[in-house]
Design a binder for this molecule. Sequence first.
Ligand code: GYE
Length: 328
Amino acid sequence: MKKKFLAGVAIASAMTLFLTGCGSGSDDKASGSGGGGDVIKVGFAQTGSESGWRSANTDSMKKAFSKENGFDLVFNAADNDPAAQIAAVRSFINQGVDAIVVAPIVEDGWDDVFKEAADAKIPVILEDRTVSSDPSLYATWIGDNFEAEGEAAGKWAADNVGTAPTKMVVLEGTTGSSAANDRATGFDKAIAGSKITKIDSQTGDFTRDGGKKVMEGFLQKYGKDGIDLVFAHNDDMALGAIEAIKAAGATPGKDIKIVSIDGVHDGMQALADGEINYIVECNPLLGDDAAALVKKVIGKETVEKANFAKDGAFDQEQAKAALPTRAY
Ligand code: GYE
């Protein structure tokens, strides 16, 4: 289902947003000194607080949807519980917010509540992850290209590790999330034809603790000499895996190579320290552009259905160079 969405938007990817210095620029409503009549009330349904990426994303959103920028933000974090997240969106509808922003935990299950929002004439703006619902059920989406991230990670693995026979385990993100699904798709595509064999794959829920526990299980099952490579769907799980690998008496980054996705500070530090081998970036600083999109949607301006953030990638030397000026 998801493929339909990406195929549709790939063509539109020319309008990639560059989330660097330019930000949303002109949001200042002449300093908002007046009675606040045009304050935009926004309900934001965040996934939870599972990772360093998520903390940076929440900070970015809160900063952008501030009073100074003309917003009244109602924030909810659902602790990775899809039912709780849907309940939060319903409560935003009941509160009569002007717009609803959702970072969907999982892809499926959104149709009913999005229809309820449409009936109440409240636009839905997706941030971060995507959904399997028909695109007519939401106004726009802003986020990172997860399939391209997976593909970049897989290409690095194929070119740098997969030239010799390699036994790989995968630490998957939250089951049913677009971030996990699309990263897996991109990665698998890129390693096809290499000498990498996926011997196991399990969810660590995008958390450090989850990554550690799953890696401990893999090490018990296959032994430290039976695993050559870890693909972690995010840095936090890679950091958990590092702890498990060390506890098993092996050296992460050497005996067992690690490639992950995000580029958060702790991940970049582990990369610079040689414990992770490669990180593909996933930009969490989506707040300014999300806020600009909300204003456009409320103002009935035309917006693109899909808005991609720009991501880079880092090897160990590049991480050392990037760390001192990294924003998150
Ligand atoms: O990579 C992970 C977080 O959806 C892109 O969610 C996001 C992912 C991110 O928990 O760290």
